[in-house]
Ligand binder design. Sequence first.
Ligand code: BG6
Ligand code: MG
Length: 221
Amino acid sequence: MIACCIFDLDGVVVDTARYHYLAWAELARSLGFEFTPEQGEATRGVSRMASLDIVLRAGGMQGRFSAEERERLAARKNARYLEYVSRMTADEVLPGVVRFLGELRARGVKVVLGSASKNAGTILDRCALRPLFDAVVDGTLVTRAKPDPEIFVRGAELAGVRPADCVVFEDAAAGIEAAARAGMRSVGVGGSPTLAAATMRLRSFEGFAFEMLAAGVEPRS
Ligand code: BG6
Ligand code: MG
């Protein structure tokens, strides 16, 4: 039975993963090194401070900054990220997402957001997405980052649904692992080879329907 679907935000509902990357790459450049898109992949689904560590390591600068300086660097990245986000519109919601969320709710399936981002609320409002969710769990409500299952466990609690009746949609390996540790099925979104452990895989929500999810049918890509 599927009573609840929990959606990651960045890279699943909206394409903000590229804004996170651009903001980290600009920070890296200001520190004197390049941060490539390939290196940026490792920050997907990872918390802000853990992402900063990945960036600093890529530039050989790990261990160079005090805790206070690291906070300042992360704040600089976030300010730049928010500049990108403040220009977002509903057009940036990924194809097929709004229709699929509507289909779930029409069938009585609870729709929950489960994002590590502290900026999730801002993005939901910018893109007029908030009314499509029954509950929202974001980085301001949890203390443990994915792959810890806390975000998804909280989501299921808010929806009043058992973990075994939840399906998580994720674009990051850390999120697929978090779903498994929460006792939930998962759908790996976007086609990255790192999503092999997901219960099923999906390139895009375009043409995807609840029947296919319930039957475990992976659309041909
Ligand atoms: C995740 C993103 O959703 O949120 C990560 O995939 C990001 O790239 C993390 O680092 C934290 O986001 P924020 O907006 O709180 O810095
Ligand atoms: Mg993501």
